[in-house]
Design a protein around this ligand. Structure first.
Ligand SMILES: Nc1ncnc2c1ncn2[C@@H]1O[C@H](COP(=O)(O)OP(=O)(O)OP(=O)(O)O)[C@@H](O)[C@H]1O
Ligand SMILES: [Mg+2]
Length: 257
């Protein structure tokens, strides 16, 4: 019990696991991120939305250094992202990422895709890596697909494999970049369901998505970006019922029917 009498929230603590301060990112002369300030608490679930080209992917890709920022600071779980390769490697071990286009190795089976990182990067014995992989395939509800190749699976199944692959590395943070936008509509729900169950595990989630039902149900906070800036952020209820900025209202009117 805290001094103010309130029970601490099980799934969230106030110390930030991701901290971005005045982050700027340029592609040549084009500035894709402008003065981003963002603190994400341990266990927090953040949905990022905004129009195409607003910098959503760039923002989350900077967190595991798939993109390099040129201004400001990014600190992940106490480690600052600098040119120091040791830091980059350390952060990448803590941060998993799930992309729009799955990015599975087509010539490896599902099980091999899942055990590659744990065996080669985490140096796990193969039997242990396989046991862990099977556990996560059960979690995403496709243990029966373990010995197939990605090309033999539906898009929704492939995306669930990609989520399981990420979890096999025991990340503290998982970043999703529009994980359902390449899927046929009937497969969106099965992937969102898996992501929703993940939310209960206490892992920190940052998710770029326009699935606003998911945002309402799962997010602690919704962030709206436009032109490389965070324009507005609020808890989902507040965000959807009382958007403060004209740009947010316009965006919501376009995606909510
Ligand atoms: N590798 C790159 N080289 C040059 N410009 C880039 C590169 N990646 C992104 N950009 C530009 O940076 C801006 C932000 O791109 P970003 O991909 O982050 O947007 P986004 O919000 O994720 O858009 P979308 O919803 O279409 O995925 C865009 O104007 C884009 O054209
Ligand atoms: Mg994007």
């Amino acid at each position: 019990m805290r001094a103010d009498g309130a029970a601490p929230r099980k799934d969230m603590s106030p110390d930030p696991i991701i901290e971005m301060q005045d982050v700027g990112k340029w592609f040549g002369s084009y500035q894709a991120l402008r003065g981003i300030d963002l603190r994400v608490a341990r266990g927090e679930r953040v949905v990022v939305c905004g129009p195409s080209g607003s910098g959503k992917s760039t923002l989350i890709r900077c967190i595991n250094r798939l993109e390099e920022h040129q201004q400001g600071r990014i600190v992940v779980d106490g480690i600052e992202l600098t040119a120091d390769l040791k830091n980059i490697e350390a952060i990448r071990r803590e941060v998993g990422m799930v992309f729009q286009h799955f990015n599975l190795f087509p010539h490896l089976t599902v099980l091999e895709n899942l055990t590659l990182g744990p065996i080669w990067v985490l140096k796990q014995p193969p039997a242990e890596a396989q046991a862990t992989a099977m556990r996560f395939l059960e979690r995403v509800r496709i243990p029966d697909q373990a010995h197939k190749y990605p090309g033999q699976l539906s898009g929704g199944q492939q995306q669930r494999v990609a989520i399981a692959r990420s979890l096999c590395m025991s990340p503290k943070i998982i970043l999703f970049d529009e994980p359902t936008s390449a899927l046929d509509p009937e497969m969106v729900k099965e992937v969102l369901d898996v992501m929703t169950t993940l939310a209960d595990t206490g892992i920190t989630m940052l998710c770029v998505t326009h699935e606003m039902g998911f945002a309402r149900q799962v997010a602690n906070r919704v962030i709206f970006m436009d032109q490389g800036q965070i324009v507005e952020q609020a808890a989902p209820e507040e965000f959807f019922s009382h958007p403060r900025h004209e740009r947010t209202r316009l965006f919501l009117s376009q995606i909510l029917h």
